[in-house]
Design a protein around this ligand. Structure first.
Ligand SMILES: CC(C)(COP(=O)(O)OP(=O)(O)OC[C@H]1O[C@@H](n2cnc3c(N)ncnc32)[C@H](O)[C@@H]1OP(=O)(O)O)[C@@H](O)C(=O)NCCC(=O)NCCS
Length: 316
């Protein structure tokens, strides 16, 4: 194949919408190739724009964090990009996207060499949610991360969910409350590092402005035993719990809330493949694995069995 003449430059805020569209095209192509997106379902400029309007605030928040945003261009046209976000103790690759017709020519590797140079360290780990084909995993292994768990997009039709919920026999789910933003951030700071091994204060301060926090509270201490962010557009997650089974009530409360207030065609939630209790409940409610991905990390993550990843999936 002919060598591609590429230039690399740092991205700016004015590139965000263009690279968002590029990411949608790369993911759409990956989804159709893997048979996840059925043939005939087109990705139109209208779909891309609607997704941009929905995800814009998260994308802008991610882009405003310390890290690297590198764009590869051919004759002045962006053909690929990578973004790495730096949390205090973790560098997360949030996107690595190459236009379908440019894939397999070494562009992804070159972008990673710029965005994730050298090796991860004990003080600064690396993590990525790799949504893509198995071939992508080999590339990431060269940059110091290894698969630690599956990251599954679980999905169910909303009407079927509501019907199944109505038929559920008496459950023992504890009550779930809405937390005030300040309290929510404090509880996230307490629970989340135990699950994912690093702190993300800025992310939770952002969610406190943008999403609602549902919580299951310990009746004795009043402290939260489980937390879940839900956006007004119906995005569920991240969620975290003290114990693996604790995820179930907050996720079910979030699904009920989205089903009844947003009435989307489908309900979606991410689950790691280690969340046995959550997967068991989702299974009884008829959820299916819609899009399997992987969490890759340079260090073992202590509690992915009690953690539900963020939506949209750029961040763990
Ligand atoms: C994943 C992705 C970024 C890789 O970029 P790329 O430019 O195609 O990858 P490269 O050409 O640099 O290939 C690097 C390595 O990846 C692997 N690889 C990439 N494409 C492959 C393929 N079709 N078959 C097998 N291995 C492949 C190989 O290990 C390759 O190493 P090699 O050069 O020694 O053979 C690109 O395919 C993409 O945009 N996919 C869709 C979006 C996505 O899933 N992104 C990741 C989630 S954030």
């Amino acid at each position: 194949m002919a060598a591609v003449e590429l230039t690399f430059r740092d991205g700016t805020a004015s590139d965000l919408e263009t690279t968002f569209a590029l990411s949608e095209q790369a993911m759409y192509d990956s989804g159709t190739r893997q048979g996840i997106i059925p043939p005939g379902r087109e990705l139109t400029p209208q779909n891309i724009h609607a997704d941009w309007v929905r995800q814009r605030q998260v994308v802008e928040f991610i882009a405003a964090q310390p890290g690297r945003y590198v764009i590869a261009e051919e004759e002045g046209v962006p053909v690929a990009y990578a973004r790495v976000v730096r949390f205090p103790r973790m560098e997360e690759l949030t996107e690595l996207m190459v236009m379908p017709e440019q894939q397999g020519r070494g562009i992804g590797r070159r972008l990673l060499e710029v965005a994730w140079p050298g090796d991860p360290s004990a003080d600064l780990g690396r993590v990525v949610v790799a949504a893509g084909a198995q071939s992508d995993l080999s590339l990431y292994l060269e940059f110091g991360v290894m698969p630690v768990a599956g990251h599954w997009h679980m999905r169910q039709r909303t009407d079927v969910y509501l019907e199944r919920r109505a038929h559920e026999i008496e459950t023992t789910d504890p009550a779930v409350h809405l937390l005030k933003p300040d309290r929510a951030v404090a509880e996230w700071m307490r629970l989340e590092p135990q699950a994912i091994g690093h702190e993300r204060p800025a992310l939770h301060e952002f969610f406190a402005r943008d999403r609602n926090c549902l919580a299951a509270l310990d009746p004795q201490t009043g402290e939260a035993g489980a937390l879940c962010w839900v956006s007004s557009e119906g995005e569920i997650g991240p969620a975290v719990a003290l114990r693996p089974g604790g995820l179930v009530p907050v996720i079910i409360a979030a699904l009920d809330r989205v089903a009844m207030t947003q009435e989307p065609a489908h309900l979606s939630v991410f689950s790691t493949s280690l969340s046995w209790w959550l997967l068991r409940r989702l299974r009884t409610l008829g959820f299916r694995v819609f899009w399997p991905s992987w969490v890759l990390c340079s260090i073992p993550l202590p509690g992915l069995d009690r953690y539900v990843p963020t939506r949209p999936p750029h961040l763990l």
